[in-house]
Design a protein. Structure first.
Length: 310
């Protein structure tokens, strides 16, 4: 794990090319952005949240979790059989087993936005056909525009994405813990979330059919890795909210407990984020380490390690 050079060189290029051959044309056709702005909702934040949830259910999505990462933002997490099937057919595919929907009040205007299925399908190097999920969620919530980047990214760029030199790729995941079995690993994560280790709380759990794989959505509240801090530091300056970035994931795959590297997980949803200045990566410099510390505490069902208490 933590293979910093894994996306480089000939092997990485061959892997990405092979993955692209297995992806449908619809998922490769054009440059994509991380989020989609849905149709303008009616009513206040709570009314819009209720109507959005109803629309998702009517479209065949299962609501697996809801929470608020910050004031003025409600998150609805959904999945369906197609997403779970693709997750089971992809390496560490549990990271892409859901779509996240944000209902936000930004500058006095209520908006609905959601993760762009094709964007994250490619960013997480998944196999299958995402077009049905894309069509279903766009029909349910509407589509005004894609947003979240100065310039869209192609499928090839997403499958080999890293923010810049020496920054992590998708497969530079953090290995949080390892156990004797899948069942033992799942129990440790459940117990860690129940105990709110590292200030974390459970938002959802999705089990992947036919696989020893489960993904947990985790609300974070540890130091600069807290959802509210990230939201205020780098989301406040954006025209449309990136709140559908939240929550983070813990993946149990067989006997391993994994998480996406925080630097990758943030960058994939803010690919145009500047390195320095106000509302930049530097403004959340300690956040990725604090995210890892919190998720590790959950995975090990223990307090945050003293060497991470900074």
């Amino acid at each position: 794990m933590n293979k910093q050079s894994s996306g480089n060189g000939l092997i990485g290029k061959l892997f990405i090319g092979a993955a692209l051959m297995g992806a449908p044309i619809s998922a490769m056709a054009a440059a994509m952005m991380p989020f989609i702005l849905g149709s303008a909702p009616s009513g206040d934040l709570n009314a819009a949240t209720t109507s959005t949830e109803q629309a998702l259910k009517q479209a065949g999505f299962e609501v697996v979790g809801k929470y608020s990462p910050d004031q003025g933002a409600n998150i609805i997490v959904v999945t369906n059989d197609a997403l779970k099937s693709m997750a089971g057919n992809s390496e560490n595919g549990g990271f892409g087993a859901m779509e996240r929907v944000a209902v936000t009040n930004k500058g006095g205007k209520v908006e609905v936005s959601y993760t762009n299925p094709s964007y994250h399908f490619n960013a997480y190097r998944m196999d299958g056909d995402i077009s049905g999920v894309q069509a279903a969620i766009e029909k349910a919530l509407g589509k005004q525009q894609e947003f979240g980047a100065e310039k869209g990214l192609t499928a090839e760029e997403l499958r080999g994405y890293h923010y810049m030199f020496a920054m992590p790729y998708f497969d530079d995941e953090d290995e949080l813990a390892e156990y004797g079995s899948y069942e033992e690993a799942v129990k440790a994560v459940e117990d860690g979330l129940k105990a709110k280790r590292g200030g974390a709380e459970k938002v959802y759990r999705i089990d992947i059919p036919g696989k020893k794989m489960s993904v947990f959505g985790v609300a974070l509240n540890y130091k600069s890795g807290a959802d509210g801090n990230i939201n205020s530091q780098i989301n406040s300056a954006t025209k449309h909210s990136h709140a559908a970035h939240f929550p983070y994931e813990i993946l149990v795959s067989d006997d391993e407990v994994l998480a996406l590297n925080g630097k990758f997980r943030i960058a994939i949803n803010w690919p145009s984020l500047s390195m320095a200045g106000e509302g930049s990566f530097m403004s959340i410099m300690s956040a990725p380490d604090h995210i890892t510390a919190s998720l590790t505490a959950v995975a090990k069902n223990s307090d945050v390690a003293s060497n991470n208490d900074f």
